[in-house]
Design a protein around this ligand. Structure first.
Ligand code: PMP
Ligand code: GLN
Length: 387
C-alpha cells in the first residue's frame, strides 16, 4: 500500500488532545480536568423520557431533519432570543454540534474559499475546514481590559475576496470569554459588508456567569438569513455522550447543510431526540441551576489554582478556565500538561494546541471545572505540590 495512506489535508489531525489527555489521565489515575465533560447526570425527567422512548418503540430511523417534536422544541427554545424559525424548513437535528459544524463547512465552503476562525479555536474547526477542502484564516483573541477580546481590526484585515464564511464560538472554548454585543455587531457588520456566511457555535449558550449575556449573532440586523446557528444538548443538560445537536438557519442554508449531513450520518440518536425535546421544553430551570452551580465551581477552581501558584485568567462562561503557568517557573504549558498526570495526578489541556501560533499561546493551560466539588478540591490539593 502507498504510504502514508491518510490524505495530506488530514495528516495534521490524526489524534485529538482530548483523547490523548484522557488516556494519560486514566493511565496515571489522575483527576481529569482536561477533557470537558460533567461527572454527574442531567435532569431525571430527561433521562426518564429517554428510557420511555427506548422502551416505547422509538428505535428506528427518525425523520431525516430530526423528530418533529424536537424541531418544534428547538424553535420554541430559539424564540427566547426573539428569532423565529420554521421547524419544517429552518431546523435540522444533527449528531452533536460537531457534525453540524462539519456538515455546514462541507456544504458551504470548498477549495479556494477561506474561512475565518478565531484563535484559539475548538479543535474540530480546523479539521472540518480541511475536510471541506477550504483554508482557514485565523484571527487571535487579544488580552485586553482583563479579558480575551475580539481583535476587530485583525478581523477586518483578515477578510479577502476569497473569504466565504466566519466561524464564531461564544461562549468561547477554551478561554471562557463571552463576546459582547459590540464585538458581535462588529462581526455582523463585516458579514453584511462582504456578504459572508456566519457559522456560530453556541453550545455553551446557557453557561454564562455573573452579568455576562449570550447574544446569538443571528439576532443582529442583517444576520438572520446569513447565519447558521448551531447548538447542542450536551452542555446544557449534562449529556455530552448523547450527541444531539442542531442547526437553525434560513431554508436555503438548512437545505444545503442537510445535503451534506444526510450522507454523513443520515440520522442519529432516535430515542434521545424526544428526551431532548422534553428537556428544552421543561428542564430549563434545571439548566439555570446548573449555571449557578458551575459559576460556584469556577470560583472554587479559580481560587484553588491561584493558591497553587498559577496566574488565573477570568472566565465568563463555558466549563473552562485558563491559567498562565509562568509564575510557577514553567515556560511551556504543553510540556507541563504532558508531565502533570504522572507528576501530581492531574490532567489539563494546553491552549496552544488550539492555535496556529503556538509560541504566542504556549504559557496557557486549560482546566475544566464541570466536576463535583470533591473532585475539584482533590485536583487543587494535588496541584499545590507543584510549588
Ligand atoms: N463546540 C465547542 C466549542 C465545544 O466545546 C464542543 C464540545 N464540547 C463541541 C462544539 C462539540 O459539541 P457536541 O458534543 O454537541 O458535538
Ligand atoms: N468539548 C470538550 C472539550 O473541549 C471535549 C470534546 C471532545 O472530547 N471531543 O474539552
Amino acid at each position: 500500500m502507498r504510504e502514508p495512506v491518510l490524505v495530506p489535508r488530514l495528516q495534521p489531525f490524526t489524534s485529538t488532545i482530548f483523547a490523548e489527555m484522557t488516556a494519560l489521565a486514566v493511565r496515571h489515575e489522575a483527576v481529569n480536568l482536561g477533557q470537558g465533560f460533567p461527572d454527574t447526570d442531567g435532569p431525571a425527567g430527561m433521562l426518564d423520557a429517554a428510557k420511555n422512548a427506548l422502551f416505547g418503540g422509538a428505535n428506528q430511523y427518525p425523520p431525516s431533519p430530526g423528530r418533529p417534536e424536537l424541531r418544534a422544541a428547538i424553535a420554541r427554545h430559539r424564540l427566547r432570543y426573539g428569532v423565529e424559525y420554521d421547524p419544517g424548513t429552518e431546523i435540522l437535528v444533527t449528531a452533536g454540534a460537531t457534525e453540524a459544524i462539519a456538515a455546514s463547512l462541507i456544504a458551504l465552503t470548498q477549495a479556494g474559499d477561506e474561512v475565518i476562525v478565531i484563535e484559539p479555536y475548538y479543535d474540530s474547526y480546523a479539521a472540518a475546514v480541511a475536510m471541506a477542502g477550504a483554508e482557514r484564516r485565523v484571527v487571535g483573541l487579544v488580552e485586553r481590559d482583563g479579558r480575551f477580546a475580539l481583535d476587530v481590526e485583525g478581523l477586518r484585515a483578515a477578510v479577502t475576496d476569497r473569504t466565504r464564511a466566519i466561524l464564531v464560538n461564544s461562549p468561547h472554548n477554551p478561554t471562557g470569554t463571552v463576546f459582547t454585543r459590540a464585538e458581535l455587531e462588529a462581526v455582523a457588520a463585516l458579514c453584511v459588508k462582504h456578504d459572508l456566511i456566519a457559522i456560530t457555535d453556541e453550545v455553551y449558550e446557557h453557561l454564562v456567569f455573573d452579568d455576562a449575556e449570550h447574544f446569538p449573532l443571528a439576532t443582529l440586523p442583517g444576520m438572520r438569513d446569513r447565519t447558521v446557528s448551531i447548538s447542542s444538548a450536551g452542555k446544557t443538560f449534562n449529556c455530552t455522550g448523547w450527541k444531539i445537536g442542531w442547526v437553525c438557519a434560513s431554508p436555503e442554508l438548512v437545505a444545503a447543510v442537510k445535503a451534506a449531513k444526510q450522507f454523513i450520518t443520515f440520522v442519529s440518536g432516535g430515542p434521545l431526540q424526544p428526551a431532548v425535546a422534553h428537556a428544552l421544553d421543561h428542564e430549563l430551570p434545571w439548566a439555570e441551576e446548573l449555571r449557578t452551580s458551575l459559576q460556584g465551581k469556577r470560583d472554587r477552581l479559580a481560587a484553588g489554582l491561584a493558591e497553587a501558584g498559577f496566574a488565573v485568567r477570568p472566565t465568563a462562561g463555558t466549563y473552562f478556565i485558563c491559567v498562565d503557568v509562568r509564575p510557577l517557573g514553567f515556560a511551556d504549558a504543553a510540556e507541563l500538561a504532558w508531565e502533570l498526570p504522572e507528576r501530581v495526578g492531574v490532567a489539563a489541556v494546553p491552549v496552544k494546541v488550539f492555535t496556529d501560533h503556538p509560541d504566542e499561546w504556549k504559557h496557557l493551560l486549560r482546566f475544566a471545572f464541570c466536576k463535583r466539588n470533591e473532585v475539584i478540591d482533590e485536583a487543587v490539593s494535588r496541584l499545590r505540590k507543584l510549588r
